[in-house]
Design a protein around this ligand. Structure first.
Ligand code: URA
Length: 236
């Protein structure tokens, strides 16, 4: 059982005081009956809650795959830039957050959820979850770079980076590569290329653990994860 005002707040129906106001005005019904007490206990999955005639179902967890465009911050709020949460227009829960960060100019796969345990599991440095990126690099990427990425690079951290798999797709004045890392240090890919005197011009995340970016999603589009994708991430 859960308090009615918490149920409505969880589902993004406004702040606690806005919700109190709606309840006072008689806009909230539980099983068709107008309820005037915010502290009324409801059963989230059996009681029917409605706000101004519209049923508001309860969900405990939400999981979305976003194809992040450049120009959006991987945060829940920001004073200057729009956030990745601004793109999730039909979210139900108000407590969603991005799992890890992509830089403002990085594109691609970002998981948005309110599942803290899963987030922890994916971000824990001990778990070595693989993240694969596509990148365009200024300068010729060489076999020596591949070796250096494998051996570990000094990027100004206490230790060298863990072995990373660098795959050259095109070595040219502007090279194209795929790289897989098992860490998530701040600006890691950019710093790894800096360590071999090269510059990342474009960066896009393709996968995180078992989750692969759905190429059907245009930049800025998102979709809920499938049950199978959720199970995959949880390691089942
Ligand atoms: N590495 C970076 O440098 N930036 C990202 O956004 C992700 C990984």
């Amino acid at each position: 059982m859960m308090r009615l005002d918490k149920y409505l707040a969880d589902m993004g129906m406004g702040t606690r005081s806005e919700i109190k106001e709606k309840i006072k005005k008689g806009q909230i019904r539980v099983n068709e009956e107008i309820i005037k007490k915010p502290e009324t206990k409801v059963e989230p999955f059996t009681d029917k809650i409605s706000v101004q005639g519209k049923t508001v179902g309860y969900v405990t967890y939400e999981y979305y795959m976003l194809n992040k465009p450049s120009g959006y911050v991987s945060a829940t709020t920001d004073s200057k830039y729009p956030t990745v949460l601004d793109l999730i227009s039909d979210k139900k829960r108000k407590d969603l957050f991005p799992v890890g960060r992509l830089d403002i100019d990085t594109e691609g796969l970002l998981l948005i959820t309110n599942d803290g345990a899963l987030s922890h599991q994916l971000l824990s440095p001990k778990k070595h979850v693989k993240k694969t990126y596509f990148a365009k690099i200024e300068g010729y990427v060489t076999k020596e770079d591949v070796l250096k990425f494998k051996e570990g690079l000094a990027i100004g951290e206490e230790k060298l980076t863990l072995p990373a798999e660098l795959l050259i797709l095109k070595s040219d004045a502007i090279s194209e590569i795929k790289v897989t890392i098992v860490e998530g240090k701040f600006h890691q890919i950019k710093r790894m290329f800096e360590a071999v005197d090269k510059k990342v011009l474009f960066l896009k995340r393709l996968s995180m653990g078992s989750l692969i970016l759905d190429e059907e999603l245009a930049l800025g589009e998102y979709r809920p994860l499938t049950e199978q994708e959720i199970r995959g991430l949880k390691g089942n």
